[in-house]
Design a protein around this ligand. Sequence first.
Ligand SMILES: Nc1ncnc2c1ncn2[C@@H]1O[C@H](COP(=O)(O)OP(=O)(O)OP(=O)(O)O)[C@@H](O)[C@H]1O
Length: 254
Amino acid sequence: MTYSLIAEAVALPNRLMPTDLALESGALVCLIGPNGSGKTSLLHALAGIGQPTGSVTIEGEVLNRLHPDERRRLFAFLPASRDANWPLSVAHVAALGLPSGAAPDAVDKVLDQLGLADLATRRIDHLSTGERSRVLIARALVANPKLLLLDEPVANLDPLWQLRLMDHLRRLAHEEKRAILLAVHDLDLAGLYADRLIIMNNRQIAADGDPATLLAGSHMPAIFGIERKDGSWRPFAGEAPTPSIGRSGRFQAG
Ligand SMILES: Nc1ncnc2c1ncn2[C@@H]1O[C@H](COP(=O)(O)OP(=O)(O)OP(=O)(O)O)[C@@H](O)[C@H]1O
């Protein structure tokens, strides 16, 4: 079983250079890059936010022509903002991710998976930042969509929940054959969990391929200005090299 998202030359004026991309079911893809490099812009363009040019298709369906219920079944987007100052219960917010008519027991399941069962009746605007994050992640996961676009899902989560969430997302990718693209700043977490790594720089994709290769390569000093020394990332001391690895190892849609 393979389904795919194919973005053809998708771009956002002044925010993202035209780029083509294919994401496949069964893979967890991490998106890394310095501040302002274009990670959120790429996720927005793929999610159809901000009037992107180009087209995005999932299983042959053009994303922005889908009925909202069909979109919820196929795809979910977690925005970077965790504001969520709404006077709504945790269970209510999680249920917002369900298509109309869907069985509500999916809400209990996802709240349980994200350690929110005891908070189900609490108002989201009365929760801590990390708890709110988990509620918004629950809303993104509740319909078990085939494609997940997640903007910094581990931001604000404590170390245990970062690992629990990444374990859960990897399980969704590998066992339930979901396609997952997530932005993350923690390079070690990306190295630990990514099946494929995309590096953004200057509002375009600078590299796309094997995580271990890319994390050990010249993009780290050249794009991030850091290098690994004695097992830790440090500011790069030398002259920044020119990146030598291009968009090798890209996935193609199956
Ligand atoms: N709404 C907007 N309108 C115009 N330009 C924007 C907008 N949002 C972001 N930009 C610009 O687009 C570029 C890419 O920003 P983007 O938010 O995609 O970066 P990012 O890699 O997600 O950064 P960060 O790690 O800081 O979240 C930046 O130069 C930014 O200033």
